[in-house]
Design a protein around this ligand. Structure first.
Ligand SMILES: Nc1nc2c(ncn2[C@@H]2O[C@H](COP(=O)(O)OP(=O)(O)OP(=O)(O)O)[C@@H](O)[C@H]2O)c(=O)[nH]1
Length: 199
């Protein structure tokens, strides 16, 4: 049995993707203040991709520090529209505002993933998806929020693609795993390269 594999995430979607891929891991959420880390980034490092990469590393490092010898996976997803970075809505009213901002436009999901062992970054990657939101009606929006309720607060874009969220889109460009928040294919290649099969 090699070194343990840890997913430094409380995300049920990420845990499901790794479990369904047949990986043997434990999930230990990081205890980091994501907003404080983001606010302390130098202005040059506040683009959506850098923020996602930095937060994924902060989460993996946080858990790695208390898990000597373990291989720790950290992830983060940011959503951007132009140069505006969105954060998770804290209420259904905020979710409504987010969805109205996204209506009829294309936004990006930026999903970062990294592998850390004993505080050392072994590998990282960021993949993007471009989400073309359709010009849905106010009636659709009201019904969508009514039917899905607080579940839409668990993701930054206020949608679950594998659920009714798919009805928000005219088109998506990028892979399913990126959209759910875990670039699974590059991660699996990195795990194989580091002979962390754990299958
Ligand atoms: N089920 C589902 N989850 C999604 C989707 N899009 C994004 N997410 C989730 O939205 C969350 C993005 O927020 P993050 O801050 O990256 O992660 P988190 O949920 O706070 O969990 P941590 O990794 O512990 O930080 C992640 O849990 C993603 O898996 C989707 O289409 N479906």
């Amino acid at each position: 049995m090699g070194s343990p594999l840890i997913l430094a995430s409380g995300s049920t979607a990420r845990q499901m993707l790794l479990k369904n891929a047949g990986l043997d891991f434990v999930a230990i959420p990081a205890t980091v203040d994501e907003r404080a880390i983001e606010d302390n980034l130098p202005l040059a490092g506040r683009d959506p991709v850098s923020v996602a990469r930095h937060l994924a590393l902060a989460k993996a490092t946080n858990v790695s520090e208390r898990s000597p010898g373990a291989f720790v996976i950290g992830c983060d997803q940011t959503m951007s529209l132009g140069n505006r970075i969105f954060h998770k809505a804290a209420s259904l009213d905020e979710a409504r505002q987010t969805l109205i901002s996204l209506r009829g436009k294309a936004h990006f999901l930026n999903s970062a993933v990294c592998l850390v062992r004993d505080g050392e970054l072994l590998w990282s990657d960021v993949t993007k998806a471009c989400m073309q939101v359709r010009d849905f009606s106010d009636e659709f929006l009201d019904g969508y929020i009514e039917r899905n309720g607080k579940s839409i607060l668990s993701s930054v874009g206020c949608y679950q693609l594998e659920g009714e969220g798919v009805q928000l889109f005219d088109a998506i460009a990028g892979d399913y795993f990126t959209i759910l928040g875990l670039p699974l294919l590059p991660l699996l290649a990195a795990l194989r390269e580091h002979e962390i099969n754990h299958a």
